[in-house]
Design a protein around this ligand. Structure first.
Ligand code: ATP
Length: 294
């Protein structure tokens, strides 16, 4: 019985690991659509992230040849910067995330991380370097502590607790009936959207990748939840390059750079005050959102 039990247990672990990786990735873009398979090149090397500079250089992309999504998109994200992608629905923000993850290859142009074309490196090394905070995080039927530990299964309790504090989850956990051992997931305690995003942030803190992709939830959160997420985001993006797919402009006013997309192109980029002063597309988006919130 024991002999049978151990391998089954191990298989269960492997299964959960694979499922976790897949659900994180699928979830990130709210897609259950399976992307076309991308293969590693023969002799693909390991991505070496030295600084974390990301470049999109003349990127041309379509899902179907009759409709172009990105048109000669060029964009540089400096090491350690927090950059927000904004634009109306369908502008191509999530597509940029999918291409960076290499779910698809562009039809023309190149995407580089620290000078290395991402098509030339192994997918494993690429995806290891990028942490994702998806819009809607999947929680497993397990304790909240173990759910956070999924970010790095071998993390010590102390490391998990540090991530919990940095993600501003400690008050929430202290308020739970069984604290960190409280069961969450479908069969456990329901967790709000904002709390789930902070759980995803804590996971990413444990994974500790040099690059971060944050897919902001579209649904509005109450201002207390939003403040908690913003603080957690600031912690997690310190010293790493981060890209935020932003839906609510109020969350990215302090970004190092805001990139405005329209028809698959960058139409404006700059800081919030500069873009407001420019009285262009961003200023219009900003006024529209202010109006909607009122
Ligand atoms: P939103 O703010 O609504 O999330 P977005 O700016 O992130 O939008 P994308 O998800 O990048 O936009 O989509 C850009 C365009 O590509 C949209 O018109 C969308 O319908 C289309 N699209 C996205 N995924 C696919 C796909 N798998 N196959 C075909 N078309 C797609």
């Amino acid at each position: 019985v024991i002999q049978l039990f151990i391998p089954l247990n191990f298989l269960g672990f492997v299964y959960r690991e694979i499922r976790r990786a897949l659900t994180d990735i699928e979830n990130m873009f709210g897609l259950l659509r399976r992307p076309a398979t991308v293969q590693d090149r023969e002799g693909a090397t390991e991505l070496a992230v030295t600084e974390g500079r990301i470049e999109f250089d003349g990127v041309q992309f379509h899902y179907h040849s009759n409709r172009s999504i990105l048109n000669s998109l060029s964009l540089t994200i400096e090491p350690g910067h927090r950059v927000a992608l904004v634009g109306s629905s369908g502008a191509g923000k999530s597509t940029i995330g999918r291409l960076l993850f290499r779910f698809y290859d562009p039809q023309a142009g190149e995407i580089r991380i620290d000078g290395q074309c991402i098509g030339e490196v192994t997918q494993q090394s690429l995806r290891r370097a990028i942490g994702v905070v998806p819009q809607d995080t999947v929680l497993f039927n397990d304790s909240i502590l173990n759910n956070i530990r999924y970010g790095r299964p071998d993390a010590s309790d102390e490391e998990v607790w540090r991530a919990i504090r940095m993600a501003h989850l400690d008050d929430f956990i202290q308020s739970l009936p069984e604290r960190e051992l409280t069961q969450v997931g479908e069969r456990g305690l329901k967790v709000s959207g904002g709390e789930k995003q902070r759980i995803a942030i804590a996971r990413v803190l444990l994974k500790d990748p040099p690059i971060l992709l944050f897919d902001e939830a579209t649904s509005a959160l109450d201002s207390h939840a939003e403040q908690a997420i913003l603080q957690a985001m600031r912690e997690v993006s310190r010293n790493r390059t981060s890209i935020v797919i932003a839906h609510r402009l109020s969350t990215i006013v302090d970004a190092d750079k805001i990139v405005v997309l329209q028809n698959g192109r960058v139409v404006e980029e700059g800081t919030h005050p500069r873009l407001l002063a420019a009285e262009g597309v961003y200023a219009d988006l900003w006024r529209t959102q202010l109006h909607e919130e009122e």
